[in-house]
Ligand binder design. Structure first.
Ligand SMILES: Cc1ncc(COP(=O)(O)O)c(C=O)c1O
Length: 365
């Protein structure tokens, strides 16, 4: 590409890297000639998609030729009931990532800034810098967001604060009290995006109650994902909840048919699949405890996680260990781009997957 063209690149994009997704099973099979690969790289649900959603898949109407419902009426009503809100409080996204991007596009521009934690979900940086804005990163305490320090890092030009709760890749969370305190101590002109992609996995009594916060603060946007506990990562669907005026603003810049009809139908089923959700939570708690204990036993330093993944550090380079594990048919995630080059992040899998991962890792230490 000509250097002249690159000179015209929007400022902020020059030092971004394309988002690096976890390696797919097919990719690894092809590259290494494996016949069996386990993927513990993208915090997907090891139990798969909601069976209720899968059952629906078989009976989807043959309406490929029709655009999806651009308003997502049916799904928004289902979500509204689930969240005890109105459908005017909800916006659907092509994954919750799209909602993060809409928030950035609506409020950030060159000359403005966003605040997030160090080691926070990388998409905050991508959407902030793509909007020409600057990301201010606040140092962590024990790898967790130090929300108490956020107000002091806000500048006059700060328009958005991103909070990952829990955060990926650290698995740390912030309490209701901490988030409430932050919202109380910042100007109401700043939009707070509370990213709750792993919401259902968190079983802590002091965890955030988004509804209570939404009732008190107008400048709050909560995002949730269908990619994690509901197991619909490939369908690409998530949502945001906030005051109707905020949702209306985001709808102005949303692509008309951003969520396909099949994803909408599957999500309607998955959100109410209580059995699958409970099974997934139970498995995650039991296997998370098992994995954490086994990794610790191997002399590795694990960050306590409330999500469906654990980041751990050993006497190795994360990227090199990631490649060695991949050669054995186990895909995890290096997190050097998060400023954590000595760490690996592993998704909590089924017992069988976790045992296999531990065995391969042990052989490489
Ligand atoms: C913290 C966090 N937020 C948001 C997302 C985006 O999820 P999706 O776009 O699949 O809904 C992820 C995905 O891994 C995540 O880890």
């Amino acid at each position: 590409m000509s250097a002249d063209l690159l000179q015209n690149l929007n400022p902020g994009i020059a030092d971004l890297h394309p988002y690096e997704p976890g390696k797919s099973i097919d990719e690894v099979m092809l590259a290494y000639g494996h016949t069996e690969v386990i993927k513990l790289a993208s915090n997907e649900n090891p139990l798969g998609a909601s069976p209720k959603a899968l059952a629906k898949l078989k009976s989807l109407p043959g309406s490929f030729h029709l655009y999806p419902d651009g308003n997502g009426t049916k799904l928004k009503n289902v979500i509204a009931k689930h969240e005890k809100l109105l459908s005017e409080n909800i916006i659907l996204g092509n994954g919750s990532n799209e909602i993060l991007e809409l928030a950035a596009r609506a409020f950030l521009n060159p000359g403005s800034s966003a605040v997030a934690s160090c080691h926070a979900f990388v998409v905050y940086k991508i959407v902030t810098q793509s909007s020409g804005a600057t990301l201010i990163e606040v140092p962590t305490i024990d790898w967790g967001h130090n929300l108490e320090a956020f107000p002091a890092n806000i500048r006059d030009d700060t328009k958005v604060i991103f909070i990952a709760n829990p955060n990926n890749p650290t698995g740390t969370y912030n309490s209701h009290q901490e988030v409430h305190c932050l919202l109380k101590n910042i100007p109401s002109s700043i939009l707070v995006v509370l990213d709750c992609a792993y919401f259902e996995y968190v079983k802590k009594s002091d965890y955030v109650d988004p509804l209570a916060l939404l009732n008190e603060f107008d400048n709050l946007l909560v995002t949730k994902s269908f990619s994690k506990i509901q197991g619909l990562a490939s369908a690409r669907i998530g949502y945001g909840i906030g005051q109707p005026e905020l949702i209306e603003v985001l709808n102005r810049i949303r692509q008309p048919f951003n969520v396909n009809s099949f994803a909408q139908e599957l999500a309607c089923e998955a959100i109410n699949d209580k059995e699958h959700i409970k099974k997934s939570i139970d498995l995650n708690l039991a296997e998370g405890t098992f994995l954490f204990a086994e990794l610790t036993q191997l002399g590795l330093e694990c960050i306590p996680s409330v999500g469906n993944f654990i980041s751990f550090k050993g006497n190795f380079n994360g990227k090199e260990m990631f490649t060695s594990l991949m050669e054995k048919g186990v895909v995890v995630r290096p997190i050097d781009l998060y400023g954590m080059p000595d760490f690996l992040r592993v998704t909590i899998g089924t017992h069988q997957e976790n045992v296999r991962f531990l065995a391969e890792l042990k052989g490489l230490l």
